[in-house]
Design a protein around this ligand. Structure first.
Ligand SMILES: Cc1ncc(COP(=O)(O)O)c(C=O)c1O
Length: 401
């Protein structure tokens, strides 16, 4: 038989994916990627439309900060565009070492290791530190990268209800004292914007001899002195064994890191699979992140501006009587309920000149679909008022308020 014919006649083994996508379309949950034309800014152009951007994690506007841009360009001129390999194989660049020293000093820990992303830092660390004989005790709303790390480790996973340290205590009480345990929470929960119960969980970790880990992806650059994160915000220095941060959100560039004791970091250099089996950042990324740390230390007024904008916008949404959940951070959900309604709210807002992404199941619970807003330091009052007016108009049209 003609081989081309046999190929054409072959049943598509991936046809079930098209069926899945059709289901999403029928449910109103199908998402097209919006294309950003130009820079990631507070006011930006997506799909040829100029809108107030409430969707990025660019909390401090650092994606386009002149100091970061110049540092990246200078590093590219000096060192080229790529690092060439995994750090354990082709040698590590001095600029990567410098970034780790700077992050450790920033986090007030002995050492730090940088990963390609926050996702890789969480998943790689949990999977490296735990084995199948261990137990992880995890908040039910912890980030997907933590969940994947737990699964990869093959440890037993015990989930406690969101921000419920009493429930975590009950889980811990049932476990043998000799068993190794990791107690883990997000510092700021990415879909709700509320803070983990860090102080209570640190006390539990000490009582039950757990390793204490916090994922401060959305807290870095936002909470604590100069944006050091929730460990600093809650005064928990020295009580959290594993601090994860990201360089991809408030820091404006890309990457993730773990800060902690020297032994932990040396161990991760030897056992964390994303560190061992994936190429390190281009030097421009490391240089931009170092410049971001300089900005946090030398221009902390940017963080003050972020919080002024956050207070203004949250108060505006609440005055309009939207359900904004329990947020305590610049992430403010506008909870619509059903997935299709949240997507419609997002689409109508976009038509009205505001980009705020709709989020539905499985990212959030089925009945808690929402539009997620993130205010940045770079928004002007006029832009935020414009967004509030659009929320008021569209929210009323859709019967949400
Ligand atoms: C809570 C949390 N942890 C980790 C990550 C991963 O960070 P990154 O974007 O640097 O991979 C994210 C980002 O989506 C997050 O929201």
């Amino acid at each position: 038989m003609d081989s081309r014919l046999s190929t054409a006649a072959r049943r598509d083994p991936l046809s079930f994916l098209a069926t899945e996508l059709d289901t999403l379309k029928q449910q109103g949950l199908y998402r097209r990627l919006r294309v950003l034309e130009g820079e990631q800014r507070a006011h930006a152009t997506f799909d040829h439309r100029s809108v107030v951007n409430l969707s990025s994690n660019n909390y401090l506007g650092l994606t386009t900060h002149p100091r970061l841009r110049e540092a990246a360009l200078e590093a590219t001129r000096k060192f080229g565009v790529g690092s060439g390999s995994v750090r354990t194989i082709a040698g590590t660049m001095e600029i990567h070492m410098e970034l780790e020293r700077r992050l450790a000093a920033f986090k007030k820990t002995e050492a730090a290791v940088v990963f390609q992303s926050g996702f890789a830092a969480n998943a790689g660390t949990v999977a490296a530190v735990l084995t199948k004989d261990d137990v992880v005790v995890s908040d039910e709303l912890n980030h997907a990268s933590i969940i994947d790390g737990c699964r990869l480790s093959r440890a037993t996973i015990k989930v406690f209800p969101h921000k419920d340290p009493e429930a975590a205590r009950k889980v811990l009480r049932e476990l043998p004292a000799s068993q190794r345990k990791l107690l883990i929470t997000d510092g700021v929960f990415s879909m709700d914007g509320d803070l983990g119960a860090l102080a209570e969980l640190c006390a539990l970790a000490e009582e039950f001899g757990c390793i204490m880990m916090v994922d401060d992806a959305h807290a870095s650059g936002v909470f604590g002195k100069n944006g050091r994160g929730t460990v600093d915000h809650f005064g928990m220095h020295g009580r959290v064994d594993v601090q994860v941060g990201t360089l991809s959100k408030a820091m404006g560039a890309l990457g993730g890191y773990v800060a902690g004791h020297k032994t932990l970091i040396e161990f991760l250099y030897h056992r964390a699979r994303p560190f061992l089996f994936s190429t390190s950042h281009p030097p421009a990324v490391a240089a931009a992140c170092i410049a971001a740390l300089d900005v946090l230390e030398q221009e902390p007024q940017i963080i003050d501006r972020l919080w002024e904008n956050t207070r203004f916008f949250k108060a505006g949404l609440r005055a309009l009587r939207f359900n904004t959940g329990l947020s305590e951070s610049p992430i403010t959900p506008v909870i619509a309920g059903e997935g299709a309604l949240a997507m419609k709210l997002s689409d109508r807002l976009f038509d009205a000149g505001v980009f705020a992404q709709g989020i539905a199941y499985p990212t959030v619970a089925r009945d808690k679909a929402r539009v997620r807003t993130i205010v940045t330091a770079a928004h002007t009052r006029d832009e935020l008022q414009f967004a509030l007016d659009a929320f008021a108009k569209v929210g009323r049209e859709l019967g949400i308020v």
